[in-house]
Each structure stands twice: as structure tokens, then as C-alpha cells.
Design a protein around this ligand. Structure first.
Ligand SMILES: NC(=O)c1ccc[n+]([C@@H]2O[C@H](COP(=O)([O-])OP(=O)(O)OC[C@H]3O[C@@H](n4cnc5c(N)ncnc54)[C@H](OP(=O)(O)O)[C@@H]3O)[C@@H](O)[C@H]2O)c1
Length: 332
């Protein structure tokens, strides 16, 4: 697979693999043996960039995803990059599948988190360490100072922030240079495009999460799709509700037609669109399926011209679409 550079010197596969859904958020955790095979297949297919977080797991096994990646990626550790995240936990008293997020970025807690993540990931360094959400009680400058120390100690090589705005990024970057932000970005969620000039100015990359609007833009789901009420976030996501399916009919038809015109699938088109926008955008689509893994990786080979991208943007500005999931509630 082609590679891309985030920040000044962090080279990763042009498409990364989002690993959350293997253990968290999209129904019951998947079979560990199957996911281990999938991760090996990903490496074989040229994926080098793997995304996880300390909180991707279940009530019984809250860090299951890091544990899975640590074991499965160990044979390939010297030729892949792992990104993980710190600084939040879930409010487990909530009955919702997508539990409210409680940010906590106290420096002593970050230090405990990094040691535990290193242990679960079976490694001596994390390639990129993201603050998962801002903590209103801890200035980002204090978090950045901890990151600088962790880099000095060789425990992390790069750092980033997730769901961050331009001002916070500037403040963080001034203390310890940021390599990438990890923000929600898809054809249905384009609000961070306004940050592109700042990212360009600071030479900070964008790792685009939920790049297919939580899978919705693959055109695979319809009003009959079933989501586990206890463990599947999509159950409550606006784009997957029955009335939204109706509202999004034209959007899904448009993306299917456009994909067909490029001999691509809707998933590939979603990814190719953002890859073609900027050389410093790296989407991390999530999948637990070997065929879809190869399909999504194939997006790295589809190039759209600047004119094609502009026309897609113009169409997206006009097409009727429902609201889209913007993230779980954060309790400050
Ligand atoms: N920083 C943050 O706060 C944050 C938040 C959310 C997610 N993330 C990261 O971003 C990654 C990706 O986001 P996401 O998983 O939420 O959304 P996504 O990548 O937009 O969509 C993933 C969903 O789409 C399905 N899918 C994937 N490829 C497909 C294809 N080619 N055709 C049909 N269906 C396909 C997957 O199902 P199958 O498994 O059945 O293929 C999965 O349910 C996560 O894994 C996680 O690492 C970060």
C-alpha cells in the first residue's frame, strides 16, 4: 500500500485500520482468533497503521482491544505503527450502549495509562499517543508537557489529540509539537474542514475516524438492519434511524452511482475522496471482515482529480442528508 507522512516525519500506510469494532461499540466483541488472523491479513495487505484506545473493551474486559492488538501484532511490531489513546473513561452507570465519556487527563493518571498500555500492547513504545478528549479541568499545556516527557523517555514517539479544535491544537503544539489530530471526518461530517488551513500551517496531519460515517456511507445498511440494543452504538445513531434511511436515500443512490462510475465501491469512494483532498489525511476505516479489509485498503489506489473532488463537495453541499452521529456525550 502507498504510504503517507503525518506531521514532519511519521510515515504510515495511506489507509490505517480502525480496530475499535473488534472489541467495542459495534455489538459483541468479535472472536479473538478470527481478529488475530484479520490483523495478520492486514499487515500482509500493506496496512501498517493500527488504531486502538485504552477504553476499547467491554465491562468485563475494559481494555480488550489493546490486549488483542498486543498479542496479534507482536510478530510484526518492528514494521507497523500503533496509535492508542488516553484520558477518558466511560460512565458505566448509564444504560445506553454509548456510555457518556468522562475526561480525566491528570498527569499522574496519564503516566499510569501509558505504562498499562505499553504492557498490554507488548511493546516498549507507542508510535502515536492521542488525548482521547479534552479535559476541561486540565489545561492542554499540562498534557503537552507530559507528552514531551514521555517522548524524552522514549515511551511515545509522537502525540496527537482527538476531537480537538484549532485553538486547543495551537496551544498544545506550542508546548510540544503535535504530529496529527484524530477527528471525525466523512462525507456526512465535514465540520473539521474549517481546520484544514491550521493543520496545513502547523504541518499537523489528520487521522480521519469514522470515515464512512460509522459504516453508513457503505450503503450496506437499511431500515431492516438490526443493532444489538446493549452493545451497538449504531442503535442510537441518527443516521441509522428508520426515518433517516428514508431521508438519505438520494445520498446513498448518489454515492453508489458515483462509485460505479469509478469502478469502485461506495466505501472506497468515501475514502478516496478524502485521500484525494490532502496528502496529509489518513483515514482509519474500521472493519472486522477480511474482504472489506482488502476493499478499504484498495481505496489508496483510487485517485480523484481536484476537479472531481470539488464537484463531490458541491454535490455534498446540496444533497439532502440526515444528521449524523457526532460523538457520545462528554461529562466535563
Ligand atoms: N478518536 C475517537 O474518538 C474515535 C471514535 C470512533 C472511532 N474511532 C476510530 O476510528 C475507527 C473507524 O471508525 P468507525 O469504526 O467508527 O467507523 P467507520 O470506519 O466509518 O465504519 C465502520 C463500520 O463500517 C463497516 N464497514 C467497514 N468497511 C466496510 C465496507 N467496505 N463495506 C461495508 N461495510 C463496511 C464495519 O462493519 P464490519 O466490521 O462488519 O466490516 C463497521 O461497522 C475505529 O475503529 C476507531 O479505531 C476513533
Amino acid at each position: 500500500m502507498k504510504t503517507r507522512t503525518l506531521g514532519k516525519d511519521f510515515t504510515v500506510s495511506a489507509v490505517g485500520l480502525g480496530c475499535m469494532g473488534m472489541s467495542h461499540g459495534y455489538g459483541q466483541p468479535k472472536d479473538v482468533r478470527e481478529m488475530t488472523e484479520l490483523l495478520a491479513k492486514a499487515v500482509d495487505a500493506g496496512y501498517t497503521f493500527f488504531d486502538t484506545a485504552e477504553v476499547y473493551g467491554t465491562a468485563d474486559d475494559p481494555h480488550a482491544n489493546e490486549t488483542l492488538l498486543g498479542q496479534a501484532l507482536k510478530p510484526f511490531r518492528n514494521r507497523i505503527q500503533i496509535g492508542t489513546k488516553f484520558g477518558i473513561h466511560f460512565d458505566m452507570t448509564s444504560p445506553e450502549p454509548n456510555k457518556p465519556i468522562v475526561p480525566d487527563a491528570r498527569p499522574d493518571l496519564i503516566r499510569k495509562s501509558v505504562e498499562a498500555s505499553l504492557q498490554r500492547l507488548q511493546t516498549d513504545h507507542i508510535d502515536i499517543y492521542y488525548q482521547h478528549r479534552q479535559d476541561p479541568k486540565v489545561p492542554v499545556e499540562d498534557v503537552a508537557a507530559v507528552m514531551a516527557d514521555l517522548m524524552q523517555e522514549g515511551k511515545i514517539l509522537h502525540w496527537g489529540l482527538s476531537e480537538v479544535d484549532a485553538d486547543t491544537l495551537r496551544r498544545a503544539h506550542a508546548v510540544c509539537p503535535v504530529t496529527a489530530v484524530q477527528n471525525r471526518y466523512s462525507m456526512m461530517a465535514r465540520w473539521y474542514e474549517k481546520m484544514f488551513p491550521v493543520l496545513e500551517e502547523l504541518q499537523v496531519g489528520l487521522v480521519a475516524f469514522s470515515p464512512m460515517a460509522n459504516g453508513f456511507l457503505t450503503a450496506r445498511y437499511d431500515a431492516n438492519s438490526q443493532f444489538d440494543p446493549d452493545t451497538d452504538y449504531r442503535r442510537n445513531m441518527p443516521q441509522f434511524q428508520a426515518d433517516a434511511m428514508e431521508e438519505n436515500k438520494a445520498l446513498l443512490q448518489w454515492i453508489q452511482d458515483l462509485a460505479a462510475s469509478k469502478q469502485a465501491t461506495p466505501a472506497q469512494l468515501s475514502l478516496a475522496w478524502m485521500l484525494s483532498k490532502k496528502p496529509w489525511i489518513v483515514p482509519i476505516p474500521g472493519t472486522t471482515n477480511p474482504g472489506r479489509l482488502l476493499e478499504n485498503g484498495g481505496a489508496a489506489d483510487i485517485e480523484l482529480t481536484a476537479d472531481e473532488v470539488r464537484k463531490i463537495d458541491e454535490a455534498l453541499d446540496k444533497i439532502q442528508m440526515s444528521s449524523v452521529f457526532g460523538g457520545s456525550v462528554v461529562r466535563g
